[in-house]
Design a protein around this ligand. Structure first.
Ligand code: COA
Length: 373
């Protein structure tokens, strides 16, 4: 058995920012137009008028102040409300592969590893740009990596599930060096016309290099143990899929073909599930909550993270014990905990212990116990 370690991370941040103010102005323009176009039906009570969004609600309910997106004009156009992405020929890299390159190159540089040395690429994300060939295989080729690649989708938990898969293969010896990549183009599946969720997501890509600890060239983190759990729920769901055109009205502009959630239920059900998961993982590993210098949690909602942190530590965590990045990036699905880790781990010292944890649709939760070597 070999000891797996995280030896590098990389974050690709898109150049376009949408502030809450810009987002709400666009949503409200859309809602006013929609209400004017449906004024008669609203007057007779056939349909309900759309209510306005507010920046005050968004910040208070989520902690989100802005989000990065790959394309901004289409999202903010009240007559469109989703991004414009150009058609790509099959001969050029897809959009997921394009954003993956920057994150992967940063992670490889950080680890001091050449792409050719990588013998496993896992593209772990909430949505794949196409059915096949696997995006992971395209990323493998674009990087010049060896070995093999595949895609996996466990929604917001994809990164930690990917890390577990890679760490287990390194432990067993079937691969030596792995790259777990999380290209999250959430702007493509967010329903920007829905007031309840239009503020939630942002685009990003993260990458994590894992290797045998004995081969690490610089700073690295020992992966002590990983744990994944799932429990079926319909409270976060997207019905888009390959059977779409075969179903009655399948190709219509249907609400259920984008991200949907029952946010209140998600909040209430996922917080205890994650807190218990972390507590049991720590206990089985022989770690105390007090051993954790830092927790890098999934970035969906600030209040959710505050609850989980308090439950795990048994007290209010200090801000540096549980850094959030969602105020800047919003919810970036599987990438959130990895952004937090990449941006808030350089100051940690040899022997410091930490926990990366992601959670979301499925329901799913994944945790990784690490120690700075
Ligand atoms: N602007 C103004 N008001 C809004 C609004 C907006 N954009 N969106 C909703 N509201 C209103 C609602 O209509 C509701 O009004 P009512 O009380 O008259 O019915 C009120 O604000 C509260 O809405 P609610 O949806 O209950 O808010 P909330 O406090 O639960 O916060 C979420 C909403 C989504 C931020 C929160 O539930 C959450 O973060 N849940 C977990 C999300 C998550 O982790 N998802 C994982 C995705 S991968």
């Amino acid at each position: 058995m070999y000891q797996p370690a995280i030896t590098g991370t990389g974050v690709f941040t898109p150049e376009h920012v949408i502030t809450n103010e810009e987002l709400v102005a666009s949503f409200n323009a859309y809602a006013e137009k929609w209400n004017a176009a449906h004024a008669d039906a609203i007057a007779t009570g056939e349909v309900e008028a759309k209510e306005m969004s507010s920046t005050g609600f968004i910040l208070k309910a989520s902690g989100i102040e802005q989000r990065y997106v790959l394309e901004k004009e289409g999202i903010l156009d009240p007559d469109r409300m989703y991004p414009h992405f150009r058609q790509r020929s099959d001969e050029e890299p897809g959009l997921m592969t394009q954003i993956a390159m920057d994150a992967c190159e940063k992670a490889l540089t950080r680890a001091g590893v050449r792409a050719i040395e990588i013998d496993l690429v896992i593209c772990a994300a909430s949505n794949m740009e196409r059915a096949y060939p696997a995006i992971g295989v395209e990323i493998q080729k674009a990087l010049g990596a060896g070995g093999f690649a595949f895609d996996m989708n466990v929604a917001c938990s994809s990164a930690t599930f990917g890390i577990q898969a890679a760490a287990d293969m390194i432990r067993a010896g079937s691969v030596r060096k792995a790259l777990v990549v999380n290209p999250e183009i959430t702007s493509g599946h967010l329903e920007w016309r829905d007031r309840d969720c239009h503020f939630i997501f942002g685009d990003v890509c993260t990458a994590t290099v894992l290797e045998r600890a004995e081969e690490a060239k610089g700073e690295h983190w020992i992966v002590h143990s990983t744990r994944c759990a799932t429990e079926f729920s319909n409270n976060i769901r997207n019905n888009n899929g390959f059977l779409r055109r075969n179903r009655p009205d399948g190709m219509k502009d249907r609400r259920d073909m984008q991200f949907m959630q029952n946010g209140r239920k998600v909040f209430k059900e996922v917080v205890p599930m994650v807190s218990d998961h972390i507590a049991h993982h720590l206990e089985d590993a022989g770690w105390q909550a007090g051993d954790l210098r830092r927790m890098w949690l999934h970035q969906a909602n600030k209040a959710m993270n505050d609850f989980i942190g308090r439950k795990v530590l048994g007290r209010v965590p200090e801000p540096e014990e549980q850094p959030n990045i969602l105020q800047e990036y919003a919810n970036t699905s599987s990438a959130g905990s990895i952004i937090a880790f990449a941006k808030h781990s350089n100051d940690m010292r040899k022997g410091d212990k930490g926990l990366i944890c992601s959670f979301g649709a499925g329901y799913s939760v994944g945790s990784v116990l690490i120690e700075r070597a």
